[in-house]
Design a protein around this ligand. Structure first.
Ligand SMILES: Cc1cc2nc3c(=O)[nH]c(=O)nc-3n(C[C@H](O)[C@H](O)[C@H](O)COP(=O)(O)OP(=O)(O)OC[C@H]3O[C@@H](n4cnc5c(N)ncnc54)[C@H](O)[C@@H]3O)c2cc1C
Length: 403
């Protein structure tokens, strides 16, 4: 029987195993994850989980699902090395070391929180957020903290800032760029979020470089900005993530801002594929290889790969979409924003939300919506069907986009 081994216990791994089970994949599926718990939803970690001391693990599927589907879950087990010539993995866990052979290997190793050079994970007073265990540590530390500093005005930094503020904390965000989310969203969205967060009482300092950490003994008790200490009870570093490519690189696979795969998510080794946050992949709508960090991308790549492994190869071409909940603001984006598109603003039919539709000529390339889910979904469906509304319709909320 063919043995398919999936390295990683995140969205991509769990979705691939589920999609294969659904397609009645004839081989044996093994998931090897270095996390101690079953695969879970990561988005709630920064939004809801840290607010609620009783919130359970937001598992994607219960342990019974894997058992019933005949999927072997090896939790708390790290793949240390891939021996490509022998199709063998070197494993380590609390129980010791071991080996596991594969016929096909899927790397779904995700991404890691970028670390501050002076503060490796575990540094007292500093928190990172990528895993459930890190979320639990932050949830435990928050009640005793009054003053919270967030380094980075990206998605996770802003979500955490909004959540901490909802808990009544005194929150300051330091962002080095002159606007929030500068690489990911249009200036209209950055401005709106800035205003929303400031109105909620978050002190956001744009264009502000943090020079270093302010330590008292071994504990970090703030940061240093323009030579002056800014003290805090807790520092959260939300300074981005890097693809987890160590295993692939050590095995000699090509890695350039991610594990390089082709349109069918195959690496240069025909026995190894890669999916999710860890991949750098070609996309028909984008000139350069893409690497995305989103649940949609992890899930859709998993489905594309499942189809190939069951004998139905297709190129991966899903339209990217993403969401981020930041306090009262629900941001949803379909497509990938870049400077130079023509922006058309569309107020929501109800409430104070709006969308910004970005056109290249007559083609709708991106829609960003703030508290305007109906227009977001209508435009997403149009984009998935390769259609565009005209600009007059886009600007007029009295005409439904789907019309
Ligand atoms: C706090 C937070 C909030 C987020 N919010 C959103 C959101 O609102 N919307 C959205 O679209 N996306 C969001 N994301 C991003 C989304 O969660 C990721 O894009 C998604 O988890 C990617 O799935 P993945 O399976 O590729 O990687 P991951 O979920 O990172 O999983 C990778 C897994 O591989 C394991 N692993 C790595 N190396 C090894 C090894 N050698 N051996 C064994 N196991 C290994 C890791 O421990 C991990 O379990 C958020 C992410 C975080 C952290």
């Amino acid at each position: 029987m063919t043995r398919l081994v999936i390295v990683g216990g995140g969205h991509a791994a769990a979705q691939l195993a589920a999609a294969l089970a659904e397609k009645q994949f004839s081989g044996k599926i093994v998931i090897v994850s270095d996390e101690p718990v079953v695969p879970y939803h990561r988005p709630p970690l920064s939004k809801t989980l840290i607010k609620d001391p009783d919130a359970p693990l937001p598992e994607l599927r219960g342990a019974a699902f894997y058992e019933e589907a005949g999927i072997e879950l090896r939790l708390g087990t790290r793949v240390q090395r891939i021996d490509r010539a022998r199709k063998l993995l070197r494993l380590s866990s609390a129980a010791g070391e071991g080996e596991l052979g594969y016929d096909h290997l899927v790397l779904a190793t995700g991404a890691k929180a970028r670390e501050l050079p002076q503060a490796p994970p575990g540094t007292p007073g500093v928190h990172y957020l990528r895993t459930y265990v890190q979320a639990q540590a932050l949830r435990d530390a928050l009640p005793a903290a009054r003053r919270v500093l967030v380094l980075g005005g990206g998605f996770i930094g802003l979500e955490l800032a909004a959540t901490a503020r909802q808990l009544g904390k005194d929150v300051t965000v330091f962002e080095a760029m002159p606007r929030l989310l500068a690489r990911a969203v249009s200036p209209q969205i950055s401005d709106f979020l800035l205003e929303t967060h400031r109105k909620a009482g978050i002190d956001i300092r744009l264009g502000t470089q943090v020079d270093g950490l302010h330590r008292v003994d071994a504990r970090v008790e703030g940061v240093v900005v323009a030579g002056e200490p800014v003290s805090a009870d807790l520092v959260i570093a939300g300074i981005g993530a890097t693809p987890d490519v160590d295993l692939a690189c050590d095995a000699g696979l090509r890695c350039e801002n991610g594990i390089v795969v082709d349109a069918t998510l195959a690496t240069e080794d025909p026995a190894i594929s890669a999916i999710g946050d860890c991949t750098s992949f070609p996309h028909p709508a984008w000139p350069q290889p893409l690497r995305l960090e989103s649940v949609q991308n992890a899930n859709d790549q998993a489905k594309t790969l499942a189809a190939r492994l069951c004998g139905n190869p297709q190129p991966y071409a899903a339209v990217p979409w993403f969401w981020s909940d930041q306090g009262e603001a629900r941001l949803q984006i379909t497509g990938l924003w870049r400077a130079g598109y023509e922006a058309v603003v569309r107020p929501a039919t109800r409430g104070s939300g709006f969308s910004v539709l970005h056109f290249e000529g007559t083609h709708l390339r991106v829609i960003e919506s703030l508290n305007s889910p109906v227009d977001q979904m209508a435009a997403r469906r149009l984009m998935q069907a390769g259609q565009s509304p005209d600009k007059a319709t886009a600007a007029d909320p009295s005409i439904p986009l789907k019309a």
